[in-house]
Design a binder for this molecule. Structure first.
Ligand SMILES: Nc1ncnc2c1ncn2[C@@H]1O[C@H](COP(=O)(O)OP(=O)(O)OP(=O)(O)O)[C@@H](O)[C@H]1O
Ligand SMILES: O=P(O)(O)OC[C@H]1O[C@H](OP(=O)(O)OP(=O)(O)O)[C@H](O)[C@@H]1O
Ligand SMILES: [Mg+2]
Length: 282
């Protein structure tokens, strides 16, 4: 059995479980369940605190885990555990912030107090940048620490920036780390079943990022049209009953769909249809 750690709570939990469900794995129905066996797929899931997942995987107790890159680095387990794949969830930055207009760059933090839940990650960065500051380790709601007088600035996870704005704060300095949820495993360890898991997750990522585009185009314009929709390998071209026209089928990036449809229409393509991809193996 492949033993996989999944976040049991917090920002990554629901999205990670959804991705596994879309990958064809059974997931727990009740948030109190701590372990779930998926016999059919030869996988056992352990629902753990995202912060602890890197430790279990680094020590070799569990084979694979889903956690944040920031948590992997902060746990110190990145000596034994490594990133296998980016999952495109929980995309965020780890950044300095402070009340509006109080700091402009990280060097101004010399001699100051910085509150964070990621103290190892922060200390490593401060050392690397030659900044001497005192680190105040808090468990969460770090944005309140400056107003409450325990710190001068914070280092925290920022996604939309809404939490900072609500607290009258703003980011400053370069991002310390760009993070997202990642699949992690023990260095040098290739457990049985990992390749299938990776391929399934990759299938979900591609299905989420691409759509299927179908259209008809005058035969003499096929080259011009397929230059706009080259597909992954190569687009499918099928003859229509009326030989003056061809049908083209190609995957395109979801984000570019409307621009490509406009361009295709402009050159003379018609009956341009978009459909969702539910799953795939690339
Ligand atoms: N608002 C957010 N947007 C995107 N990713 C986030 C956000 N908040 C946290 N994360 C990411 O989620 C991971 C862990 O955060 P999470 O909030 O689940 O843990 P926690 O703060 O220890 O738990 P909790 O908030 O439930 O006490 C980190 O990798 C972090 O970067
Ligand atoms: O930029 P935003 O979109 O506002 O998101 C960032 C916020 O989300 C996380 O908080 P969480 O809800 O996990 O609370 P916590 O600080 O108590 O962990 C993070 O710690 C920030 O506070
Ligand atoms: Mg949190």
């Amino acid at each position: 059995m492949l033993r996989i750690a999944v976040p049991n709570k917090g920002a990554l939990s629901e999205a990670a479980q959804k991705m596994l469900t879309e990958s064809g794995y059974r997931q727990r129905r009740d948030n109190r369940e701590l372990v779930m066996e998926d016999h059919e797929n030869g996988v056992e899931f352990f629902y753990l605190r995202p912060r602890d997942i890197a430790v279990y995987v680094g020590k070799g107790i569990l084979d694979i885990g889903i956690t944040g890159r920031d948590l992997l680095m902060d746990s110190g387990a990145n000596v034994d555990a490594e990133e296998i794949m980016q999952l495109g969830l929980g995309v965020s930055s780890f950044r300095f912030a402070a009340p509006v207009e109080s700091f402009t760059n990280a060097q101004e933090l010399n001699g100051k107090r910085i509150a964070t839940s990621y103290d190892n990650l922060l200390r490593e960065y401060l050392t690397q940048e030659g900044i001497t500051a005192s680190v105040v380790r808090l468990d969460g709601a770090v944005e309140s620490s400056v107003r409450l007088g325990v710190a001068d600035a914070i280092a925290d996870v920022v996604e939309t920036g809404n939490t900072l704005r609500a607290a009258g704060m703003e980011v400053f300095g370069d991002p310390i780390l760009r993070s997202e949820a990642v699949l992690i495993g023990r260095r040098g360890h290739q457990p049985a079943g990992l390749e299938v898991l990776k391929r399934r997750l990759q299938g979900v990522l591609v299905a989420r990022r691409y759509v299927m585009l179908d259209y008809d185009v005058p035969t003499e314009l096929v080259e011009q049209a397929t230059a706009l929709t080259p597909g992954l390998e190569s687009p499918t071209i099928s003859p229509l009953h009326d030989s003056k026209w061809m049908a083209v089928r190609a995957m395109v990036r979801q984000q570019e769909t409307n621009r490509i449809m406009d361009d295709l229409y402009d050159i003379g393509a018609r009956a341009i249809l978009v459909s969702q991809i539910h799953a795939c193996r690339i």
